[in-house]
Design a protein around this ligand. Structure first.
Ligand SMILES: C[S@@+](CC[C@H](N)C(=O)[O-])C[C@H]1O[C@@H](n2cnc3c(N)ncnc32)[C@H](O)[C@@H]1O
Length: 390
């Protein structure tokens, strides 16, 4: 049986919507638009904290989600109405923050679940209508006499009552807006943690902590919706496309982008269909392997895949564009590969400058010691107006 939500057919329909969105996307930018930063270089101040619990970004615990504070710091240095592209947008942290600063954001990601969250964060909504829709949906879900059982794989992480409530909501979620779906998927993750006594961390996720606690999923969903709904701004319009960044020229007009700002997939370190997303995709009965097959995450082909993506991105920028990649170091065969060096080497653009990122008092320190890296991130910036192409 195929369930509502994003089943395999839902993946197809999202792909179809993506094709449609080509015809409604933003017009190309005038090449002389005043998007450039002043005095010409991006600056970053040291951050004591990287997350902001009072924001929309906690809507879903996506793997590899970047710091919204970091994103805002960079975006705030560009003029409103600049056309910004995040070709690996994930859950849309950058596109959302761009929208807050009045930029015209476009996000692309080949993971439909991530795109749904990104749409939920950036599409306009009517707050009152959302709250009414939610209350009606919960009433409908409670009244169901027949509903599918949660598949055995994910069901072992939930108290049976919580699992049934999730499946009831899934049965009535067919006409949920992207925002409600994003909250629904985020609430599933939250409920999984709560059923396991809130003991899951990024390294212990999936460890069953018996006895599983019964969580009222309807209340968890209501709280999540109420917590995040006020943060949706929905304007200026942002576009989110489910598409392969290596084929980005198929959906974004040539020379139409002023700023590319992204955190690309890391070598083979992260499975963007894993972690909490595995749980959600299994509940939705989505073909996870199919989604994973469309993502860049195998080290063996990483260099070629990323090079193809950079060449495709090159077709959508113009001669004055700024391109910013947030990249990390990785240990590969016991050798440290510095992200900025790797990307400088394969990019078609010349003379980048690199800003080293250093965090204190964050989980990044733990990450660094695990990976034997000195720093988690570098921000690599190509300014085509001054640096040009190779
Ligand atoms: C580091 S994550 C970006 C996270 C994002 N900044 C956020 O805050 O949610 C990298 C993203 O690249 C996406 N990705 C991997 N291969 C891709 C491809 N070929 N085309 C488009 N997106 C891809 C993954 O699905 C993942 O969401």
């Amino acid at each position: 049986m195929k369930l509502v939500g994003i089943s395999s057919s839902r993946v197809d329909s999202l792909l179809a919507r993506c094709a449609h969105s080509m015809s409604v996307m933003n017009e190309p930018a005038a090449e002389d638009s005043h998007f450039l930063i002043s005095p010409g270089k991006i600056t970053l101040r040291h951050l004591e904290k990287v997350s902001n619990p009072q924001s929309i970004h906690g809507i879903y615990p996506y793997r590899g989600k970047m710091s919204p504070i970091d994103a805002a710091q960079i975006i705030s240095q560009f003029a409103p109405h600049s056309r910004l592209l995040d070709p690996f947008c994930g859950t849309g942290t950058i596109v959302y923050e761009a929208q807050q600063y009045g930029l015209l954001g476009t996000g692309v990601d080949n993971n439909p679940l991530a795109c749904m969250i990104a749409r939920g964060k950036t599409e306009p909504l009517d707050k009152e209508a959302v709250l009414i829709h939610l209350e009606n949906a919960i009433a409908d879900a409670q009244a169901l006499t027949d509903f599918p059982r949660m598949p055995a794989g994910p069901a072992r992480y939930f108290h049976s009552t919580t699992a049934d409530q999730i499946m009831r909501i899934l049965s009535v979620s067919r006409d949920f807006s992207p925002f409600l779906l994003a909250c629904f998927y985020g609430a599933i993750c939250l409920a999984a943690r709560a059923c396991n006594g809130w003991l899951w961390t990024s390294t212990s996720i999936g460890k069953i902590n018996s006895p599983l606690r019964c969580i009222d999923f309807y209340s968890a969903l209501q709280r999540k919706v109420r917590k995040h709904v006020d943060f949706v701004r929905g304007a200026p319009p942002a576009k989110i496309h489910i598409h392969d960044a290596r084929l980005i020229h198929e959906i974004i007009p040539s020379h139409s982008i002023d700023i590319v700002y992204t955190s690309p997939p890391y070598f083979d370190a992260l499975d963007y269909t894993g972690y909490y997303t595995k749980l959600v995709l299994e509940i939705l009965d989505v073909d996870r392997a199919r989604i994973r097959g469309g993502l860049i995450q195998r080290f063996a082909t990483y260099r070629k895949d990323m090079r193809d993506a950079l060449l495709a991105i090159d077709t959508v920028v113009h001669d004055k564009s700024i391109i910013i990649f947030v990249v990390g170091n990785r240990m590969v065969h016991k050798k440290l590969v510095r992200g900025a060096d790797f990307f400088s080497d394969i990019a078609p653009w010349a003379n980048p400058y690199v800003i080293e990122r250093e965090y204190t008092n964050t989980a990044s320190e733990l990450w660094d010691s695990i990976n034997a890296t000195r720093r988690k991130e570098q921000v690599i910036v190509w300014n085509l107006a001054t640096g040009g192409r190779k």
